[in-house]
Design a protein. Structure first.
Length: 306
């Protein structure tokens, strides 16, 4: 395919470009040239600012575009208008955060937000794409995206912490569900000629205890489970107080997203152990993050009574 990637040098975009090149596609990136310039010296990069104009792409035609960085419906409207006759297919990376009710397992077709939140803006972007491209559009709704080059500290914290060994605070309960998708598996789905429509591109719901076991790399570890009630009583933020822990009952089903439609369309995923090992290797190579999301001092204080 002749593939256009809006972005292409950060987390999701980088994985998309890697996957597309590995599959033998011809790739053109459109970005400002500010993030990781020179990352792909052999890949055509058209420099421009999508928030202003996509005119540098005028006269070009592509089989598909993958929009990895659409957050503002006004900006996505510019892209859609400029590309409606220039691409055969529009693939938009959205989010499961669009769902209005996260207390029940989200399924495609459920009500979405219509406010100015992150999820509400993503939902509005989806409608912009669908209104113009219709059956030529594919909307991917991932949840937590993990893997090498992760710009967040949510998942990398765990392989790194378990590699240090010792008594490790584990939040909630071992059977609490957790759901994520390796960025490389997401990229494979985005690049493949999946059917049109909306897809929850998430991995399986796994017990948190199993995920932490998959993150272990050999150091002696004692997992000390601290209940959600105790963490909330200690004043921890119910969303990011401990990485990957969700203590807000309104988000009780955020890790129970139905992925059956994406699986039927070809979604597959690697094992959590493979993802964790690759993330740890990347994290060690970069020297770790600038700051820990959950410090050793915080952990020690919370483990004091356990």
């Amino acid at each position: 395919m002749r593939l256009l990637v809006l972005g292409g040098t950060r987390f999701v975009g980088r994985a998309v470009v890697d996957e597309a090149l590995a599959a033998g596609h011809s790739v053109t990136m459109f970005n400002r040239g500010l993030t990781n310039p020179g990352l792909y010296p052999s890949v055509e990069t058209v420099t421009g600012d999508r928030t202003v104009s996509l005119s540098p792409l005028a006269g070009r035609h592509f089989d598909a575009v993958i929009d990895c960085a659409g957050y503002d419906p006004a900006v996505v409207s510019l892209s859609v208008a400029a590309l409606r006759d220039a691409v055969d297919r529009y693939v938009f990376v959205s989010s499961v955060s669009v769902y209005a009710d996260q207390s029940v397992p989200p399924v495609e077709g459920a009500a979405v937000l219509s406010d100015d939140s992150y999820g509400g803006r993503k939902a509005a972007c989806e409608q912009v794409v669908l209104s113009v491209f219709g059956p030529r559009a594919a909307i991917a709704r991932p949840g937590l995206i993990v893997g090498p080059y992760d710009p967040t500290v949510r998942f990398p914290y765990w392989p790194r912490r378990l590699a240090r060994g010792g008594r490790v605070l584990a939040p909630g309960a071992p059977d609490d569900p957790i759901q994520f998708i390796d960025v490389r598996d997401l990229a494979r789905f985005l690049v493949s000629p999946s059917p049109s429509g909306v897809f929850n591109v998430v991995g399986p719901a796994l017990p948190f205890g199993d995920v932490l076991k998959a993150c272990r790399s050999g150091a002696p570890v004692e997992l000390v489970w601290v209940s959600t009630a105790d963490l909330l009583a200690a004043g921890l933020d119910p969303w990011m107080g401990v990485p990957l822990w969700i203590g807000d009952p309104e988000w009780a089903a955020a890790n129970l997203v139905d992925n059956s439609r994406a699986v039927a369309a070809g979604l597959t995923w690697r094992s959590p152990a493979e993802t964790a090992a690759d993330v740890l290797a990347w994290d060690v190579a970069r020297g770790g993050p600038e700051a820990e999301p959950f410090t050793a001092e915080q952990e020690k204080a919370l483990l004091g009574g356990h």
